[in-house]
Structures are given as structure tokens and as C-alpha cells.
Design a protein around this ligand. Structure first.
Ligand code: NI
Length: 168
């Protein structure tokens, strides 16, 4: 397994819409393993392939507490197929946007349909942090970021900050 550099703003690749994965082969599983390693190292609770520069619809997650056993999840071509009618508020961060937190309200629970590492279609109903994290990661696959939930003014401020940082 390899820890990959995580792409951060203002890199525009983060805005790319990722393509579905057609075949689950060794390369895809290797990519998922590298993503998990990278996520645990960061550390974070979720990572989308585009965050290491690969525009494929692949997401890894682990929302287990530090004290609990690891609970790695690999979701291939995930899509939300059902949304509950309640909303959950959470201050979300993103490994691609360091030190920025955005309060986002998302539906809960959600049912995600995905292909697992064995190539089997699965459905999972998720609430709490997992439900939030799944929706956050699927946003990445569509080129959407947490700053898109901010006001235009705040978003512009964040972008200016990251552009300035990138210039050094
Ligand atoms: Ni993120």
C-alpha cells in the first residue's frame, strides 16, 4: 500500500466529474487500498479517488472511533437511492480544504447502493456521521465541495486564501 499526496484547493481537478468503474480488477482494489492508507494517515473519515487525482467513482470511509476496531468501507460507483425526511446538521471538514469547516444540513438516513470489492451490488442504510460522510464523498465524485454550501462571499474568501497559499 502507498500513501498518496492529497490534492488540495485551488487545484481544479477537484471539480472534475468522475467516471463510473466498469471492471473491478486488481488495479481498482489496489487503488482502494492506497486510498485507505492515505485516509488513515491523514487522518480522515473518508476519501474519494479524485482527491488523489484519479477521476473514478470510488470512495473509502471509516467512521469508527479511535478506540474501536477499524471499519474500512470501499464503495464503488456509489449512489444515493433513498433519502429519509429528517435532516442532520454537521460541521464538515475536507482533506482537500484544510482548516475550513462548513456547517451542512443533509438528509438522514440515506440508502446508498454500491458495488463492493467482490463485485457484488450492495445497499446500505446509513445515518449519523456515516450518512453524512457518504454524501460528502459522493459530492466529490460530482466535483462538488463543502465550500459550495457556503455563501458566495465566504466561498470567494476561502478561494482567495488557497490561491494565495499556492502562490507561496
Ligand atoms: Ni472531502
Amino acid at each position: 500500500m502507498t500513501i498518496k499526496p492529497i490534492i488540495t484547493l485551488p487545484e481544479t481537478v477537484l471539480r472534475q466529474v468522475s467516471d463510473p468503474i466498469e471492471t473491478i480488477d486488481e488495479d481498482v482494489l489496489q487503488l482502494a487500498d492506497d486510498m485507505l492508507e492515505t485516509m488513515y494517515d491523514a487522518p480522515g473519515v473518508g476519501l474519494a479517488a479524485i482527491q488523489i487525482g484519479v477521476p473514478k467513482r470510488l470512495v473509502v470511509l471509516d467512521v469508527a472511533d479511535e478506540d474501536d476496531e477499524m471499519a474500512p468501507l470501499t464503495l464503488i460507483n456509489p449512489e444515493i437511492v433513498k433519502q429519509g425526511d429528517k435532516m442532520r446538521d454537521h460541521e464538515e471538514g475536507c482533506l482537500s480544504i484544510p482548516e475550513v469547516l462548513v456547517e451542512i444540513e443533509r438528509p438522514t438516513p440515506v440508502t446508498v447502493r454500491y458495488i463492493d470489492r467482490a463485485g457484488k451490488t450492495q445497499e446500505l442504510e446509513a445515518e449519523g456521521l456515516l450518512g453524512t460522510a457518504i454524501q460528502h464523498e459522493i459530492d466529490h465524485l460530482d466535483g462538488k465541495l463543502i465550500i459550495d454550501y457556503m455563501s458566495r462571499l465566504k466561498r470567494d474568501m476561502v478561494m482567495r486564501k488557497f490561491k494565495k497559499l499556492a502562490r507561496g
